[in-house]
Design a protein around this ligand. Structure first.
Ligand SMILES: [Zn+2]
Length: 152
């Protein structure tokens, strides 16, 4: 039997359009691109505004807060690294500042926790969540989602 490398998770491949987003994640900020001409936010990042066709844009940090807009529970067959963590949730989060901006990620109990640590039966559409960032892997910090701590 040969020694094969441990299975790994798929990582994003930042490019010229998305690099500011990933730099924000590394800095602990969830950044969104906005059109410099009409002001509308857009995600995923791209060079041209889909509404006014301007090529000028800006980046700004968001609150990192949103609500669960939808979710699924993943089960095998999956890639080996993911199968080891199944079943786990994949949530779609609508950003508080602009609910038309949605992120796909995982609802976790802690930034570096396993994908399956939140019982999917407890997830509620519309529940508030906030972004967190796990430890960088190969220079990429992935945005993930946690439940806000209760106010005391
Ligand atoms: Zn525009």
């Amino acid at each position: 039997m040969s020694d094969s490398p441990a299975p790994s998770f798929l990582l994003p491949q930042p490019d010229g359009d998305s690099e500011p987003f990933w730099e924000g994640c590394a800095a602990g900020e969830l950044r969104v691109q906005s059109c410099a001409a009409c002001g509308r936010r857009r995600m995923p990042p791209r060079p041209m505004c889909p509404w006014c066709r301007s090529l000028d844009h800006t980046w700004a940090a968001t609150s990192g807060r949103g609500t669960v807009w939808s979710f699924v529970v993943s089960h095998p067959p999956l890639l080996a690294a993911y199968a080891a963590e199944a079943p786990y949730n994949v949530v779609v989060v609508a950003l508080d500042e602009d609910p038309s901006i949605r992120f796909v990620g995982n609802l976790v109990a802690s930034a570096d926790g396993p994908l399956g640590e939140v019982d999917p039966a407890t997830i509620v559409i519309g529940e508030p969540v906030e972004v967190c960032f796990g430890t960088e892997v190969d220079g990429v910090a992935m945005p993930r989602w946690t439940r806000p701590l209760p106010m005391s």
